[in-house]
Structures are given as structure tokens and as C-alpha cells.
Design a protein around this ligand. Structure first.
Ligand code: ADP
Ligand code: MG
Length: 319
């Protein structure tokens, strides 16, 4: 029997919950719980590629950068380096937790973490419209001075108590470096952690050189692209809701457990999925199915086991 390959994207919540401050003990505990839920996929014979978000972690790295510059005059590192740092730190943690979870379940697998560059198009329209807020909140004076010194672009905060945050573009990923190696390693039975935080953002210049991009890439988009490039059969997005809902948080809210492509697209167009959170996940799932993926699942990180929970999207409706 041909083994199935699954890409599992761990959301911020799978590593760090909103009500926690982000100590390493908390992250290790959450990660372990999440990974325990993946054991059943391994026992069902799946090969696995793990991807992950890095929002809170890269946010902390950017703040340390800022503090280091102010206190000790340490040069700030660009966004690509910060993402690479976060891939190393988070990837190592997932790897070590996974080794321990495998050991406790009597399983033996290699677990390998790859610093992964993800390519964007320098002509992506997102470059003309930076929207993704990163790093700390500055006062107007600080923001003006940083804009002068570093050429950063700022936007005013609306939700919190004001202040300004740096915004960077979030272009669409077009290629995942080393994707054939990621796929091969996984199909040989190794658990591969890759494309963390949406990938280290790079672009290819006119001389074919690889250049860093001062952008962040959506982790769900990058994970979906990786999943289709390596021909994964299934794509799991683990987040902090057990199901996709329509009329979310309204009195007539309804769970959707089994969805087909057409209905999901209809719900997306009707605006059932919030822009910065669920909509990119749905778009990622739809693009995975368009490119030949068999099933995309969105569910809560801690509830994946035995497939009892979760919304399952397939090209044709099936139950
Ligand atoms: P992650 O950090 O795991 O990537 P996000 O916070 O970006 O997750 O997205 C998950 C969030 O999407 C949920 O916490 C939920 O509040 C929100 N959401 C928006 N619309 C919906 C919907 N229609 N059904 C379920 N969740 C939704
Ligand atoms: Mg979240």
C-alpha cells in the first residue's frame, strides 16, 4: 500500500496560547500536547512534514533587536535573519519535543529541521502596499525617526491604545527551496520540519542571485505551496478553533464539518472567514485542492487525534 504524505501546519496557538506570556516551559508543554495528537497519523502510516507559525516568537526577536540597539548599540538584523533565527529556535524545540513524544510512544523516527528559504516575486503588488504589522509599538516621534534612519514604513495602531507599528509587505510565495529534498526525506519515513514562519523570505534577482526580502510570508500560504509541491495527499492546519464556522460569532453560527470546494469558495466570497485569520487558511486549503491535494483539514491543535474533530474540505463532497 502506498503511504500517504501529510503536511501539518502548526498555528501560533499550537506552540503558544494567547493567555500565556511565552516562557520556554509553556511553549514546550503546548508543543508536546500538539505533537501527541500527531501520533495517530504516524500510526496510520502517514509520512509527515511539519510547518509552523512564528508570530509571537519573531515578534520577541524583533523587540530584542530594538532593545539591543538602544542599550548596547548592537546592529539590528533584517527580517530574513530574524525569521531564520525563529526557524532555528522553534524548529529545534519541535524536533526535541517530537523525539521525546515518539520515544514515549515506542516509535523510532529521524526528526530533521531545515532552515527553508521561500521565494517571492519582486514584482508582487504587495510590495507597493505593505500591510503586515511587525515588531513593537512606537510613539510618533520614535516612528518618525526610524522612518528617516532606516526607511521603515509605519502605520497607526487602531485596536490598541494608539502608537505606530512598522509594516512590511506580505507577498505570495512562489517557490520553496529544497522542496524535493523535503519531500524525499519525508517519504523515506523521516519527520521533516520546514518552512517555519512562512519561510525565510528571499527573491531571485536578474542575475539569478538569491537576495533577502524585507517581508513576511503567510505561513498557511507557504505551507499549502509546500504541500502541493511535494505532492502531499493531505494538508492539516492546526489552530485554536475545532471547526470552521459560518456566521462565526453570530447568533446563527453553524459548524461546518464536511465541505466541498464549491461550498467553501462560496462561504469565502460571502465573507464568512475573517481577513487576517481564517480567510488565508481557507484560501490555502482551496489552492492545495486545486493543485491536486486530496483533503485539507482545519481544526484545533489539541483535538486532531482520531479525526473526530475538525472541518474536512475535499474537492467533491464526501462523508
Ligand atoms: P493561527 O495563529 O493558528 O494561524 P489565526 O488566529 O490566524 O490562527 O486564525 C484562527 C482564528 O480564526 C480563530 O481563532 C477564529 O477566531 C478566527 N476565525 C475567523 N473566522 C472564522 C470562522 N468562520 N470559523 C472559525 N474561525 C474563524
Ligand atoms: Mg492566532
Amino acid at each position: 500500500m502506498k503511504k500517504k504524505l501529510a503536511v501539518v501546519a502548526l498555528g501560533g496557538n499550537a506552540l503558544l496560547r494567547g493567555d500565556q506570556i511565552g516562557t520556554i516551559d509553556e511553549q514546550e508543554e503546548n508543543t508536546t500536547q500538539t505533537l501527541e495528537n500527531l501520533i495517530f497519523l504516524i500510526n496510520e502510516g502517514y509520512d509527515l512534514v511539519i510547518t509552523h507559525g512564528n508570530g509571537p516568537q519573531v515578534g520577541n526577536i524583533l523587540m530584542r533587536n530594538d532593545a539591543g540597539e538602544q542599550l548596547y548599540n548592537i546592529a539590528q538584523m533584517p527580517v530574513d535573519i530574524c525569521v531564520a533565527d525563529s526557524q532555528g529556535g522553534i524548529g529545534y524545540m519541535i524536533e526535541r519535543m517530537f523525539r521525546n513524544v515518539l520515544n514515549r510512544n515506542g516509535l523510532t523516527r529521524n526528526v530533521v529541521c531545515l532552515v527553508t528559504q521561500v521565494v517571492v516575486d519582486r514584482n508582487d503588488p504587495a510590495f507597493n502596499d505593505p500591510q503586515k504589522r511587525i515588531g513593537k509599538i512606537y510613539t510618533r516621534e520614535e516612528a518618525d525617526s526610524l522612518a528617516m534612519k532606516k526607511g521603515w514604513i509605519f502605520r497607526e495602531e487602531v485596536k490598541t491604545d494608539g502608537g505606530f507599528r512598522r509594516v512590511v509587505p506580505s507577498p505570495i510565495p512562489i517557490d520553496i527551496m529544497n522542496h524535493t529534498i523535503i519531500g524525499d526525506l519525508a517519504r523515506q519515513g523521516n519527520i521533516v520540519i520546514a518552512a517555519g514562519g512562512g519561510g525565510v523570505p528571499v527573491y531571485i534577482d536578474e542575475k539569478n542571485d538569491v537576495r533577502p526580502a524585507e517581508v513576511v510570508i503567510d505561513k498557511d500560504r507557504a505551507s499549502a505551496l509546500l504541500a502541493s509541491m511535494i505532492g502531499a495527499e493531505e494538508f492539516y492546519i492546526l489552530t485554536d478553533v475545532p471547526y470552521i464556522f459560518i456566521n462565526y460569532k453570530k447568533p446563527d453560527q453553524e459548524i461546518r464539518e464536511f465541505l466541498d470546494y464549491a461550498d467553501t469558495l462560496k462561504y469565502l466570497r460571502e465573507g464568512h472567514f475573517a481577513k487576517g485569520s481564517m480567510a488565508p487558511k481557507i484560501e490555502a486549503c482551496l489552492s492545495f485542492l486545486e493543485k491536486g491535494g486530496k483533503m485539507a483539514v482545519i481544526t484545533e491543535a489539541f483535538k486532531l487525534a482520531d479525526k473526530k474533530y475538525g472541518s474536512k474540505i475535499t474537492m467533491e463532497y464526501e462523508q
